[in-house]
Design a protein. Structure first.
Length: 251
């Protein structure tokens, strides 16, 4: 197929670009919807889960292929643009610009959409869940925003996770210090399994363990099955943490 003509791209090439854009736009639109409106209404999302595991799974496959096709079409179009010295009629530029917009939208991280939605519409009924998630992802600005709106720094989610335990498990030492400075309780036990933020020992986060201990965490507290932080470290084969704790504390 002839890909370009004297005045621009071949008509078939431009039409292909429009068709790929329309198909890919459905995928991007669905993703942005989940990352903004659905997140605000229903809380933090596993984006794409509903489509991949429901009746829309075949549609997701088609749209994903169309997105890949759009990227390939864009790459080839830029080669042709160089050859044409960027001299194209407006109708040939439109699918290129629109496709670039799709790529830009799909590249925006989920957390950025989430924070933008909260800033525009407010935290809604899931502000506390956003706080736990933001702390676990080391999003200092987002955490500060939610705390300024009065959300409880010691909020505990359904799975027993608090902002401090989430960031401790993630190994975010600066966030740990920040949350403690704002009133996070270092020895708070979760209602589900009775773990404190020192459960980070079971996740191999020695840095988190040290910061928590420096700020008053009690290594001898046990969860509901009797594990101390050292016990968790041993159970999950983090010998360096177990040795660090046993050499300093005798629970």
């Amino acid at each position: 197929m002839k890909l370009s003509g004297a005045g621009g791209f071949a008509k078939a090439w431009t039409i292909t670009g429009y068709l790929l854009f329309c198909a890919a736009a459905i995928l991007v639109g669905r993703s942005v919807y989940e990352e903004t409106i659905l997140t605000w209404v229903s809380g933090p999302q596993m984006v794409g889960f509903a489509m991949a595991h429901g009746a829309l799974a075949p549609l997701l496959i088609v749209e994903s292929v169309s997105m890949l096709g759009t990227l390939l079409w864009l790459a080839a179009s830029f080669v042709l643009l160089l050859w044409k010295k960027f001299r194209l009629p407006v109708m040939d530029w439109i699918p290129i610009v629109l496709s670039l917009l799709l790529v830009a939208l799909i590249s925006v991280p989920y957390e950025t959409w989430e924070e933008l939605m909260v800033r525009i519409a407010g935290p809604g009924s899931h502000g506390s869940d956003f706080l736990v998630q933001a702390a676990g992802q080391d999003k200092r600005r987002f955490v500060t925003l939610l705390l300024s709106k009065g959300y409880d720094i010691n909020y505990e989610g359904l799975d027993g996770t608090t902002p401090l335990s989430a960031t401790s498990v993630g190994g975010h030492e600066k966030m740990i210090r920040f949350l403690i400075s704002r009133g996070a309780e270092v020895n708070r036990k979760s209602g589900s399994v009775g773990e404190t933020p020192l459960a980070a020992a079971g996740m191999g986060q020695l840095g988190s363990v040290k910061v928590l201990l420096e700020n008053g965490a009690d290594p001898c507290l046990t969860d509901k099955v009797g594990h101390t932080a050292e016990g968790l470290a041993k159970e999950y084969h983090h010998s360096d943490i177990a040795e660090y704790l046993s050499s300093r504390f005798h629970c």
